[in-house]
Design a protein around this ligand. Structure first.
Ligand code: GTP
Ligand code: MG
Length: 242
């Protein structure tokens, strides 16, 4: 069967409600199942805004966001959430157990699926270290776990749903470089058939992506592989050197 999860942005322009100027202008790209698309750019470039348009946190002003050829504006919320898992830049954990947090998108997941997701997300040791295990309580907002643990639990939660599309918004930034590399290697094995879109700050996180979009001031200024961009993109070179 054909793989699902093709994401296409067609000439997308977006303004926040009440704002004068668009935050995104003329954004066009395609992300394919089995591939990793990365988005990099300075703070305020519009990366988080861009990835929020697929799960319809906002709707576009003009242009189209399509999932397997269907505009997301024609899909209902439950269909989108079952097919697209977003790990937000500021991941939220609920007050309740780790298990409760992990099952959020898939209440009928088995314990084995939860542990498998935790292992991939490099969070298994953290959950095992207390005898309460999956029943460990998370405080509201996840304030009793570190930022890196919040990110990893949020990644595990996304994995549990086995979506067609993963969106990782700066999800690896709180991890040390070695854990980041381990996690992404494990992820690769688990997301082979899915479309993976990664927003990153560190070039090392995305150097092996199939395509990288360089976003600046709401526009895609350059695109290509890491090696291509090193040759062709002054903006990318600046990020590499920063
Ligand atoms: P970093 O996460 O800091 O790297 O930035 P980003 O590239 O994710 O930028 P983001 O998409 O968050 O913001 C793009 C622009 O939109 C910035 O000028 C923000 O100030 C603006 N912006 C972000 N969120 C909102 C919002 O909820 N309302 C309004 N009016 N503007 C927003
Ligand atoms: Mg952001």
């Amino acid at each position: 069967a054909e793989k699902k999860g093709r994401v296409e942005f067609r000439d997308v322009t977006f303004k926040y409600p009440g704002a004068e100027a668009p935050v995104l202008s003329n954004i066009s790209f395609t992300a394919e199942p089995g591939k990793t698309l990365a988005i990099i750019g300075s703070t305020g470039a519009g990366k988080t805004t861009l990835v929020s348009l697929l799960p319809r946190l906002y709707d576009v002003a003009s242009g189209d966001v399509l999932l397997d050829g269907v505009p997301v504006t024609e899909m209902d919320a439950s269909e989108i959430t079952s097919r697209v898992s977003a790990v937000p830049q500021k991941p939220y954990l609920f007050s309740g157990t780790i298990e409760h947090n992990l099952r959020f998108g898939k209440p009928d997941a088995t314990d084995e699926e939860l542990w498998d997701a935790l292992e991939t997300a490099q969070a298994k040791g953290f959950v095992e270290e207390k005898s309460s295990g999956l029943n460990r309580r998370i405080a509201q907002g996840g304030t009793n776990v570190s930022g890196g643990q919040r990110q990893r639990l949020s990644i595990a939660r996304a994995l549990v749903t086995k979506p067609n599309v993963y969106l990782f918004d700066d999800s690896f930034s709180a991890l040390d470089v070695a854990t980041d590399a381990r996690l992404r290697k494990a992820l690769k094995g688990k997301t082979k058939d899915a479309t993976v879109i990664i927003v990153a700050q560190r070039v090392s996180t995305i150097a092996d992506a199939d395509e990288i979009l360089v976003l600046d001031n709401g526009r895609i200024v350059d695109r290509g592989t890491h090696d291509e961009l090193l040759e062709t993109s002054p903006t990318y070179q600046e990020i590499v050197e920063s």
